[in-house]
Design a protein around this ligand. Structure first.
Ligand code: PPS
Length: 295
């Protein structure tokens, strides 16, 4: 990845009301007409919910737990990012056009923005949801280190923008609820980051079953180990270390930052937490979707 011709910190640009990274929005036509195949496996998340973790798990399952095979390339090449587009770099849609099946595809799109062909082809999809407060903290750090985002401002300012859905990919609330509703009608495995932290073996077993891959206990245990935060943080094919500093600056905040549930407590003030909880109750309403904020 070169990143030439990139203007640092461009303002977000809306596509049908959805705020996106400017370059992603400018490539929207290509995304909308993307043609999924029936054997594509889609990984969908709101940003910072554990996308890289579940992508690494899925790729290791596809490779029967052989970590050397999973180290064949960086995670963003093995699992292309559908709507990714920055000047001078191969777009997600271009990467996917050249990729042999079975393709694993990453997206952060809200359910109503997913290209229609994924629904028409009835693709399998894995959605990972993470609690809203930890996502806010992780996103704030990511905005600082990934310079395709606008300047996040102070934590207080960023938190307000996040609550108002004025960040890249819009409202966390609409995202998690939209995908939750859709799973009633489509082949969507809906997972929670906090469950993965609590019992990765149990959750990876669910993923294997969903992918119809029975690899046995020994391989399962190896995948649990090789997709742990500690191992992935050291793995340059999983930790985004190979991205140029002009795009992601790990010295500001590493991509593999903390990898825990409950870090929000180190960032929210009491007043911020109260305001957030009140707003959360209004926005989440009567949904059956329930989140834990720590493990
Ligand atoms: S992105 O940029 O939206 O695709 O980011 P994403 O991969 O969704 O989220 C990054 C956060 O996930 C944490 N992470 C992990 N946690 C636990 N275990 C493993 N293996 C793991 N891999 C990534 C990563 O540290 C980011 O969370 P924070 O809270 O910032 O540490």
């Amino acid at each position: 990845m070169e990143g030439k011709g990139l203007t640092p910190r461009p303002e977000l640009k809306c596509v049908r009301g959805l705020p996106l990274i400017k370059y992603f929005a400018e490539n929207w036509e290509q995304v909308e007409k993307f043609q999924a195949r029936p054997d594509d496996l889609l990984i969908s998340t709101y940003p910072k919910a554990g996308t890289t973790w579940i992508s690494e798990i899925v790729d290791q399952i596809l490779n029967d737990g052989d970590i050397e095979k999973s180290k064949r390339d960086a995670i963003f090449i093995r699992v292309p990012f559908l709507e990714f587009a920055v000047p001078g770099v191969l777009k997600g849609t271009e990467q996917l056009a050249a990729m042999p099946p079975p393709r694993v595809i990453k997206t952060h799109l809200p359910v109503e923005f997913l290209p229609q062909s994924f629904w028409d082809k009835n693709c399998k999809m894995i959605y990972v949801a993470r609690n809203a407060k930890d996502v806010a903290v992780s996103f704030y750090h990511f905005y600082q280190m990934a310079k395709v985002h606008p300047d996040p401002g102070t934590w207080e300012e960023f938190l307000q923008k996040y609550m108002d859905g004025k960040v890249s990919y819009g409202s966390w609330y609409d995202h998690v609820k939209g995908w939750w509703e859709k799973k009633k009608d489509y082949r969507i495995l809906y997972l929670f980051y906090e469950d993965m932290k609590e019992n990765p073996k149990r959750e990876i077993r669910k993923v294997m079953k969903f992918m119809e891959k029975d690899l046995g206990e020994e391989v399962l245990e190896r995948i649990v180990r090789d997709t742990s935060f500690k191992i992935m943080k050291e793995n340059s094919m999983a930790n985004y270390d190979t991205i140029p500093t002009c795009v992601m600056d790990h010295s500001i905040s590493p991509f593999m930052r903390k990898g825990i549930a409950g870090d929000w407590k180190n960032h929210f003030t009491v007043a911020q937490n109260e305001a957030f909880d009140a707003d959360y109750a209004k926005k989440m309403g009567q949904t059956s979707l329930r989140f834990r904020t720590e493990v």
